[in-house]
Design a protein around this ligand. Structure first.
Ligand code: SF4
Length: 270
């Protein structure tokens, strides 16, 4: 990645980082706010307090994202263009337009797109249509019931976990890309591994990614032994499982350290 450090200070893209879940990932932040825009306020979130939004809006014009991607060096190695960043990407009303545009930059489906979502907006048909354009979707489910959902994810009023899980299940049946469930385990939900594994089995994802907050977070991570025990529960349920302590971590040199740390926390080896 020689030469990248002298690249322009991008506002909307960051990384690339090496993600244990995705590989070489170029982050695209369709919100790009100075504060987090999200309809959750997870108690472990590394991004600080949220401007809580429930509706979608356009934050960044599609052309601004494309201009930054076009400015990258031609030899930049990227497995996935990953929509994530300073909040919940499905709150961007032009997410679908952005996914289409990024994929159109190279012919023949060479640009693969991932979306990391908190899952909340999957209840909306227009968000389902946008997500269907992605090659890989990482859906977050941290809670087995509404009580833990409200305690851990602290959603905006009116969001029901049962509706979200039901919508992912339906979406799963017709989505032809790769679908992963991401679960953040902390002391708040560690005792619900069996219930969460049952929810995961019902959804039938391609894989389950078990995480605990190893990046700076207000909540302490679970130890490797605890995560190994939780993994056994998911494996026993017949699921393909990746777990944060066990996956290969590789350092990768982002072209913009400040923009990357803002969205991604400590990036090397994450
Ligand atoms: S969904 Fe993601 S961005 Fe939103 S509060 Fe939770 S961890 Fe933070």
């Amino acid at each position: 990645m020689v030469g990248l450090m002298s690249a322009p200070q991008f506002k909307h893209i960051y990384g690339p980082v090496y993600s244990w879940r995705i590989g070489r990932s170029l982050g695209i932040d369709p919100l790009s706010g100075n504060i987090k825009f999200c309809n959750y306020d997870c108690n472990y979130c590394q991004l600080g307090s949220a401007e809580q939004l429930s509706g979608r809006q356009v934050f960044v014009p599609v052309e601004s994202i494309l201009a930054e991607i076009r400015a990258l060096p031609a030899d930049c190695q990227i497995d996935y263009y990953t929509f994530s960043g300073s909040g919940e990407p499905t709150l961007a009303a032009n997410l679908g337009e952005m996914i289409r545009a990024v994929k159109a930059l190279k012919p023949g489906g060479q640009n693969k797109v991932a979306v990391i979502t908190n899952s909340s907006s999957i209840i909306k048909p227009e968000v389902q249509a946008d997500l269907r354009l992605a090659d890989l979707i990482l859906f977050k489910i941290d809670a087995p019931n509404q009580e833990i959902f409200e305690q851990v994810n602290r959603p905006v009023e009116g969001l029901k976990l049962a509706d979200i899980v039901g919508s992912i299940k339906l979406f799963r049946k017709s989505f032809t890309g790769r679908l992963a469930l991401q679960i953040m385990f902390t002391d708040d939900n560690r005792e619900y591994a069996a219930e969460l594994a049952a929810i995961a089995r019902d959804i039938a994802p391609d894989e389950v990614q078990l995480n605990t907050p190893l990046r700076p977070s207000p909540v302490r991570p679970l130890a490797a032994d605890d995560m190994a025990q939780i993994k056994r529960v998911f494996v026993a349920a017949g699921l393909r499982v990746l777990s944060v302590y066990e996956e290969e971590k590789k350092a990768y040199e982002p072209f913009n350290n400040i923009a990357t740390e803002k969205r991604h926390g400590k990036f090397k080896g994450n």
